[in-house]
Design a protein around this ligand. Structure first.
Ligand code: ADP
Length: 248
């Protein structure tokens, strides 16, 4: 049986007077490729911040790799790519290689040396996302989708077990979304990365994912993609008030 990597038990959270998350309970097992689906304002970013330890729940419990989140020390096991990472303009003065390496600098500390095999690590991380030919290019000159791949390489360089991606297909041309998902599926299947991505767009929930969680203040559904496919539009409207459309 696969290990449970993330578990939330009855987690609730509010910002001052706004209740954002109510009684959230769910588990993510090793090897899952989970899409957390919800419209703007449904609490997706707040949920991620709780998982990353940036916010603390008012009630309930969060466990990472079987440990209470406060006791969990292996931060490098969780790679996070935020939504704003790819907002570089064409003038940003950093090469792809520098951006990918910076994923290690953060982990080893500013005054410690890079590991000896850093060049190889950069190479491997870029290969994993199909960007090895862009190593010397300026990050600002790449397309939104290419930048997003570089930021995933930056997260991969410390060899995390889980990748958490916040709206990764925002800024990617429609025709490139499928190949982006194919790349994530390869990371999931061949490198055994457990992947959690949040999205507000049901259309981007491709055939590559294994699980879906429907979030709007609480978890309305969490299960296999095949079971999500049987949920009617009427049911989604009840949860989301017409904000999420299924396209078949
Ligand atoms: P999503 O990522 O799904 O768009 P968020 O988690 O960002 O949703 O926000 C959920 C709700 O919490 C929204 O109503 C938002 O206005 C509110 N909210 C988010 N951040 C804060 C904050 N720092 N202070 C107060 N309210 C916030």
């Amino acid at each position: 049986m696969s290990q449970t990597l993330i578990e939330m038990k009855n987690v609730s959270f509010q910002y001052e007077y706004t209740q954002v998350l109510k009684n959230i309970s769910f588990k993510v097992d090793e090897g899952a490729f989970l899409a957390i689906l919800g419209p703007n304002g449904s609490g997706k970013s707040t949920l991620l911040k709780l998982l990353l330890g940036l916010l603390k729940p008012m009630t309930g419990e969060i466990q990472l790799f079987g440990q209470p989140i406060d006791a969990f020390r292996q931060r490098e096991w969780i790679g996070y790519v935020s939504q704003k990472s790819n907002a570089f303009n064409s003038g940003f003065p950093a090469t792809v290689e520098e951006v990918v390496k910076s994923g290690l600098t953060k982990k080893v500390g500013l005054f410690k040396r890079m590991p000896k095999d850093v060049d190889l690590k950069v190479e491997e991380a870029l290969k994993s996302v199909g960007m090895e030919a862009f190593r010397s290019r300026n990050i600002g000159q790449l397309s939104g989708g290419q930048q997003q791949r570089v930021f995933i390489a930056r997260a991969l360089i410390s060899n995390p077990k889980i990748l958490i991606l916040d709206e990764p297909t925002v800024g990617i041309d429609h025709e490139n979304v499928q190949s982006f998902y194919d790349m994530l599926a390869t990371l999931n299947e061949e490198q055994n990365k457990t992947i959690i991505l949040v999205t507000h767009d049901v259309d981007t929930v491709s055939n590559r994912i294994s699980h879906v969680a429907c979030l709007n203040q609480t978890i309305h559904f969490h299960g296999y993609k095949e079971d999500f496919d049987t949920i009617s539009q009427n049911q989604l409207d009840n949860w989301y008030g017409h904000a999420v459309r299924k396209i078949h």
